[in-house]
Design a protein around this ligand. Structure first.
Ligand code: SF4
Length: 196
């Protein structure tokens, strides 16, 4: 039967991602296998009630809004979530999912925008990241890093002969991004010589 354990369905303004500022219906699912130290939705670990897909769609329709974000908890911790995403896409909603990178995204509907929350060391859950997930990301998907302290510093490395390191540096400074710029030193020295 098509059911899911739902924590809450609510209408709000998207507060993050590239859709920030857009009115959005949020479907928050119950359950998460992680315990990030900064989690602000621990109430979604266990609280919720079972709803059929018909009931979920009925609630969503009341808001008369075309943007839907499926979130959690970890929404993919329930197997039926993938089927709900497909149904929402079939109903022509703009669908996104916020997922923790601890569950495979391989089987997601390719119309769903994935916001992949890659876990940084200070989350205390970085060992749960599924590296295999990155190859299933589409050009419209988004990758998010929650930075807690300097242990979480991200390394930005320009693609050799594709991304100008000066442009990357100037954009990092302009946007005040707390990342560390590096270059592929072996390519500066040896270009594309094999074995180097
Ligand atoms: S993945 Fe999200 S819901 Fe789960 S513990 Fe981390 S922050 Fe909380």
């Amino acid at each position: 039967m098509n059911t899911l354990i739902i924590n809450e369905i609510f209408y709000s303004i998207q507060g993050e991602s590239l859709s920030s500022g857009m009115p959005t219906v949020f479907i928050r699912l119950t359950g998460c296998p992680l315990r990030c130290q900064y989690c602000d939705t621990a109430y979604a670990f266990t609280e919720g009630s079972k709803k059929t897909f018909d009931e979920i769609i009925g609630e969503v329709k009341k808001f008369n809004c075309n943007n839907i974000t499926v979130t959690g908890g970890e929404p993919l911790s329930q197997r039926n979530t993938i089927n709900l995403l497909t149904l929402l896409n079939d109903l022509s909603y703009n669908v996104s999912i916020e997922t923790s990178n601890a569950v495979s995204i391989k089987k997601l509907d390719n119309k769903t925008i994935i916001i992949l929350d890659v876990k940084t060391p200070a989350s205390k859950e970085a060992d749960k990241n599924i590296i295999d997930n990155y190859k299933y990301l589409k050009s419209m998907d988004q990758v998010k890093f929650v930075i807690c302290n300097l242990d979480d510093t991200v390394l930005f490395s320009p693609s050799y002969e594709e991304m100008d390191i000066k442009i990357l540096a100037e954009n990092m400074l302009k946007d005040n991004i707390p990342a560390r710029l590096q270059t592929q030193l072996h390519k500066v020295i040896w270009s594309d010589e094999r074995g180097k």
